[in-house]
Design a protein around this ligand. Structure first.
Ligand SMILES: Cc1cc2nc3c(=O)[nH]c(=O)nc-3n(C[C@H](O)[C@H](O)[C@H](O)COP(=O)(O)OP(=O)(O)OC[C@H]3O[C@@H](n4cnc5c(N)ncnc54)[C@H](O)[C@@H]3O)c2cc1C
Length: 469
């Protein structure tokens, strides 16, 4: 048995593990990186291919919408084999920066195999390698969470991880789980020609700003996706050409050729033997403190395995923080308040910070500023006039949260993510100079309404003062 004694051992070569390994290696530390499967984790197996599918579906939709621009084109015909080959090419094109060779070149010792803790300070990879690192990072990500539905084990189903393995086009697709990924894929497959029904036991997009969520759900309905929230899902069974989902309370049966389970994720701690390392696991994932240290002070955890919001940017942010804390004795802490997120439906929904409902729950004195896409020149020019921005500020004008629903929302949220993270004053955003014509002007206009409101309030007070004399 070979004994390896690095400064840092990272378990999992997904987005977070790779960044932690690179950060530590570039800082001159000795690093071991253990991966049991492909390098790149879910970013390459799931996130990128699903985004590429969505992009293809948008292209198909634009063709269907071309009439509005005065263009006559034929509707898109989907060649699923070619589409799948395209997804694979996109993944391959992005795989270089996550490759084993790149990390070996940085001086990282890569060990292929499944890591398993032996005790509080040691870990084994198979029979041949023992690792005794100064510090460990668990970056093993997540697996699809499967709902408890009678008959599920007996029917064929896809999960949100399984897109690249999909052999044929799902002509009639039933999606269980109106999660962000569930809704994104539902719309994409619909736009590529499938009949799609989404079922959920709860209200879809309940955690999002209700008005903005409505815009997304209405768009899905317009596209022809059937979204049924608040249903009881009793059982699933095989049919001659696919699956049938039986709903409770006499709400009928929904059948399709394919079933997609998109009910969120569960932490992937399978086979790690966390108990041997005395690393505590909670209902959401590995329990960490705000500095991402687990119950074992030599071991840190990052990304999806901690039950944090399952995003690539979160895993990467965690990685940077762990390199500082675990290797350089800093005490950086996670700030979950200023975490942006994006739902890549069309229109997109992007959010950072507080919604007005959250501000209300926290009993804050706040203002809500809005601006519609319909009053933006670029949006009109692009025929993308659907949607709006909602900005929540403190009474004094500090930006607390922003939701944007509309074209390009994911890119537009960038400046607002900075504003929420740094507590920027809304007046600074009202004064920003932007090129014409841009979607970003929608945010500037919303910011300007703070000044108009403040101006009106000042005059109203003065007039009342005069009347009161
Ligand atoms: C369909 C889909 C779409 C998504 N789209 C987006 C998106 O648009 N934007 C976004 O930000 N996020 C998206 N995500 C989420 C994102 O992919 C994950 O949150 C992110 O990849 C998590 O990174 P991670 O480093 O925590 O773990 P992962 O990327 O899951 O990597 C974990 C790695 O650990 C390895 N591993 C596990 N156990 C062991 C072991 N015992 N020994 C050795 N290796 C092990 C695994 O093989 C894997 O390679 C999407 C997810 C899905 C499923």
């Amino acid at each position: 048995v070979e004994l390896v004694k690095p400064d840092l051992c990272v378990i999992g070569a997904g987005a977070g593990g790779l960044d932690a390994a690179a950060g530590a290696a570039l800082a001159g530390k000795s690093v071991v990186l253990v991966e049991q499967d492909k390098f790149g984790g879910r970013r390459l197996t799931s996130a990128v291919p699903s985004r590429a599918l969505i992009a293809a579906a948008r292209a198909a939709h634009r063709l269907a919408d071309a009439e509005g621009f005065g263009l006559t084109v034929s509707p898109a015909q989907v060649d699923f084999d070619k589409l799948r080959a395209h997804l694979e090419r996109v993944v391959a094109g992005l795989a270089m920066d996550s490759s084993k060779e790149r990390f070996t070149g940085m001086g990282v010792r890569v060990i292929e195999g499944a890591a398993q803790f032996i005790n509080r300070r040691r870990l084994a990879v198979g029979e041949a390698i023992d690792v005794r690192a100064q510090r460990y990072v668990i970056a093993t990500g997540s697996l699809p969470a499967l709902p408890e539905i009678s008959g599920l084990a007996e029917v064929p189903y896809l999960t949100d991880d399984g897109l690249l393995g999909l052999a044929e086009f799902p002509r009639r697709l039933v999606v269980i789980g109106a999660s962000a990924v569930g809704l994104e894929l539902a719309q994409a497959f619909r736009r590529l020609g499938a009949d799609v029904t989404v079922l959920d036991t709860a209200e879809p997009l309940a955690q999002e700003d209700a008005e903005c969520a409505r815009v997304v759900l209405d768009a899905l309905t317009r596209d022809g996706v059937t979204v049924r929230g608040n249903v009881a899902i009793e059982s699933v069974a095989k049919t001659s050409d696919g699956v049938a989902v039986t709903l409770g309370d006499g709400q009928g049966v929904v059948s399709g050729t394919h079933l997609l389970i998109a009910c969120g994720r569960r932490p992937n701690v399978d086979g790690l033997a966390l108990d041997k390392a005395r690393v505590k696991l909670g209902p959401q994932g590995i329990i960490v403190n705000p500095g991402l240290r687990t119950s074992n002070r030599h071991i840190y955890a990052l990304g999806a395995v901690t039950g944090a919001q399952p995003f690539i940017h979160v895993a990467r942010q965690h990685a940077g923080l762990i390199v500082q804390n675990a290797l350089f004795g800093r005490s950086a802490r996670v700030d979950a308040e200023a975490l942006p997120r994006l739902i890549m439906t069309d229109p997109e929904l992007a959010h950072v910070g507080l919604t007005d409902a959250e501000a209300e729950r926290r009993k804050l004195d706040f203002r809500v500023l809005r601006w519609p896409y319909a009053e933006n020149d670029r949006a009109r020019i692009e025929r993308a006039a659907q949607g709006h921005i909602k900005v929540v500020t403190s009474r004094r004008g500090r930006v607390l949260g922003v939701t944007i629903v509309g074209e390009g929302a994911g890119d537009m949220i960038a400046i607002w993510s900075h504003a929420v993270g740094k507590g920027v004053d809304i007046r600074a955003l009202a004064g920003i100079l932007l090129p014409y014509p841009t979607f970003s002007d929608i945010g500037k206009r919303a910011a300007t309404t703070y000044l108009t409101l403040a101006f009106k309030r000042t005059w109203a007070r003065r007039i009342l003062g005069l009347l009161g004399r």
